[in-house]
Design a protein around this ligand. Sequence first.
Ligand code: MG
Length: 392
Amino acid sequence: MAILVAAGRGLRAGSAIPKQFRPLGGMPLLALSLRPFAACDEIRQMILVVPDPEEARRQLSKWLPSRLPIDFVRGGETRQASTGAGLEAAAGASLVLVHDGVRPFITPELIRRVLSGAAEHGAAVPLLPVQETLKKVGPEGRVLGTAPRGEFALAQTPQGFRREILEAALNRAGSEGYEGTDEAELVERLGRPVARVEGLRENIKITTPEDFLLAEVLLTRGRGEVTVNMRIGIGYDVHPLVPGRKLVLGGVEIPHPCGPAGHSDGDLVCHAATDALLGAAGLSDIGQLFPDSDLAFRNASSLDLLARGWARIREAGFSLGNLDLVVVAEEPILSPHIEAMREKIAGTLGCEPGQIGIKGKRGEGLGFEGRREGMAAHAVALLVPGAEVRKT
Ligand code: MG
């Protein structure tokens, strides 16, 4: 049995979303923290302690492991109260692990070390040696001395306990009004032994924006990627031209005697762009998201469809590297409209026009484009994980 404590509002990392739900590598951080437990056969049930159980289940639904039953429990005002709520829901478990929801880099090996330490000694905690020199600091920030760092260690989670020991420790602390900084501390206060197991340096607690950046780098390590987890996508669209239809390309209306036939406004530039972006994010395509059969999308502005697709991609945790397009049309000449199209698309994606490339290409009399029967657009998109790094 493992309890993931993730009930904090967690706004320290500089975002309106609690940090345990912020995207990391394309999924919510908390979903990433679940995975090592799901990969561990010894764990047969999990309890997620969250601010809002219904909302959390909705946000994580796509990433919940099928093997493992997961209960969502509402957290309390403090870390200790949240652990208590989780433990209450963990009826029947004899060994309990308590883990910070914002430590996604644990491994099944570490989980097993803690489990066997707890089974043997009643309580076990992963510790790391202190590598930096440890200073004692006075109230005014003056250094008062140097601590013998060999006598200290850094505590991580998961921490493991025999159920009755954790229960007694929480009860004692509760009745004395004591707030500890981890569960092991409460067991120490009972005078019960807490065993040391070897911690894991990469098992970082993700708290600040810098931690998120470091975490992105840790995620790509071992995949042989030089860059930070970039994703590429391709898109293509073609529409026949019919007389009397408006010609809208990249959200810009261009005077012309004919325009693309289609269910929506037929803006093939937006359609190809949307597909390239969705493809890069590993999501479905424009036809599935906005089906022709849905009357709501009849004559829809394709710039709107692009915006809606983009919102999904942002939710999945990506931001734009760049988007590049080629529009193949015999006429009209597109160059006078390219700047306006770039600006429209950049506005829709919330990026700089410099991240959008659009080139017009004539069909040179060849093929359906050359015969003026239709127009085509090709797109490639590059996405990067996480919030965009913008120049201010
Ligand atoms: Mg289309």
